[in-house]
Design a protein around this ligand. Structure first.
Ligand SMILES: [Zn+2]
Length: 397
């Protein structure tokens, strides 16, 4: 059995549950995993989350951005203004007040803290904890304390060096990979989220020591609009994008994994693996693009585990909260080699699993637009991108 760690505390789940894009998701995920008895197993060690220091956050993020994050809540509520412009509703000058409000909006926009990443209560703590917990997970793997570390609350792949993006405030993945690089020469980053893993890709695109592979939905107008598989610059080293069409099914994902991802990984020969397991491609997600089930994700996870490399398993997107909880509970059971019942056990959130109270969800009736012909095209794209990959190391005898 792999030595497995699981990053969790109730306080941390409460904090992550405030993330506006995923209200209460963390609490429901961990509650279901606990209800199945998985957190009591002897072969699972629960690790307390920890806060990243400003210095640690600035290994990737800009100091300006982190400083702003730390005061964003007060800034947003109007208690603090770094402009020194007397933003004051009692000034009696409506033009002055409107200008100040505009400055404030501009500043929030500059750091990506509007719209999908708007400021919420606990933002700075959330950012420090999500990053610190992925750093802790990476350190445990570097120390060879565990074979697999699970951090379902991590996986914020869109965050940029100096801005939040796409529901992601800080990029715990980039920080985690940087930590892994202290011990492991080659790190593979594999991203199953329905959105392109743009933040992680851009952080490592010019090194051949981190291979980033992202399989995602790609169509006009779909966020973030990158990852076509054709747009890499001449300086790009180890980046492979696998753009898929609507209706992606478990069967097609499995084929893509076997025929495209597996050979790439063999060629790259990683020393450690980071898996971003966003499940917003599941049937029933409000995004409504793909048609995967937890069987599709678990088949891929099983294949990744078969590589027997130090493995960091992260969460990501997933906007049908109850499906996400089901999927992460099932994947946790698979990592631990346990079979869990299809009947949702009684627990605090039991009523949310009506009407069927069952674990497994069915695929929808979505047709899979990823035809054989389309897969031929994608295979060609992947072959072209993999040309710049370093070859597998020679075995020295
Ligand atoms: Zn996503």
């Amino acid at each position: 059995m792999p030595r497995t760690a699981y990053i969790h505390s109730n306080d941390y789940a409460d904090l992550v549950s405030k993330l506006p894009s995923n209200i209460d998701r963390s609490k429901k995920v961990h509650a279901l995993i606990e209800a199945y008895g998985l957190l009591r197993l002897r072969d699972l060690t629960i690790i307390s989350p920890r806060k990243a220091s400003v210095k640690e956050l600035c290994r990737f993020h800009s100091r300006d951005y982190i400083d702003f994050l730390n005061k964003a809540e007060q800034y947003n509520s109007g208690e603090e203004s770094d402009e020194g412009n007397g933003n004051n509703d009692e000034s009696g000058n409506p033009h002055y007040t409107r200008a100040s409000a505009r400055n404030k909006e501009d500043k929030l926009e500059e750091y990506g803290l509007r719209f999908d990443c708007s400021v919420f209560e606990g933002l700075a703590d959330y950012a420090a904890y999500v990053a610190g917990s992925s750093l802790e997970a990476a350190t445990l793997l570097c120390d060879d304390a565990f074979d697999i570390v699970i951090h379902w609350d991590g996986g914020r792949h869109h965050a940029k060096k100096d801005a939040a993006a796409g529901f992601c405030i800080v990029n715990d993945i980039v920080l985690g990979i940087m930590e892994l690089q202290k011990t492991f020469d080659r790190v593979l980053y594999l991203d199953f989220d329905i959105h392109h893993g743009d933040g992680v890709e851009s952080a490592f695109q010019f090194t051949d020591k981190v291979l980033t592979v992202s399989i995602h939905h790609y169509s006009e107008g779909f966020y973030p609009g990158t990852g076509s598989g054709t747009s890499t610059s001449a300086r790009t080293k180890a980046v492979v994008n696998i753009p898929m069409k609507a209706g992606l099914s478990d069967g097609t994902l499995s084929k893509v994994f076997d025929e495209m991802i597996e050979p790439l990984v063999n060629q790259f020969s990683p020393d450690a693996v980071v898996l971003q397991c966003g499940v917003d491609g599941m049937a029933g997600d409000p995004l409504g693009k793909w048609n995967l089930t937890m069987t599709g994700y678990s088949d891929c996870l099983r294949k990744v585990m078969a590589w027997k490399k130090p493995l960091l398993v992260l969460g990501g997107g997933g906007y049908n909260t109850m499906s996400t909880a089901r999927c992460y509970a099932y994947l946790t059971s698979q990592i631990l080699g346990r079979t869990i019942s299809d009947e949702i056990p009684e627990h605090t959130y039991f009523e949310d699993y009506q009407p069927d109270f069952s674990l497994f969800i069915d695929a929808g009736r979505h047709a899979d637009s990823n035809t054989e012909e389309n897969l031929v095209h994608i295979r060609r794209l992947v072959d072209t991108q993999s040309k710049s990959l370093p070859f597998q190391r020679q075995a020295y005898t």
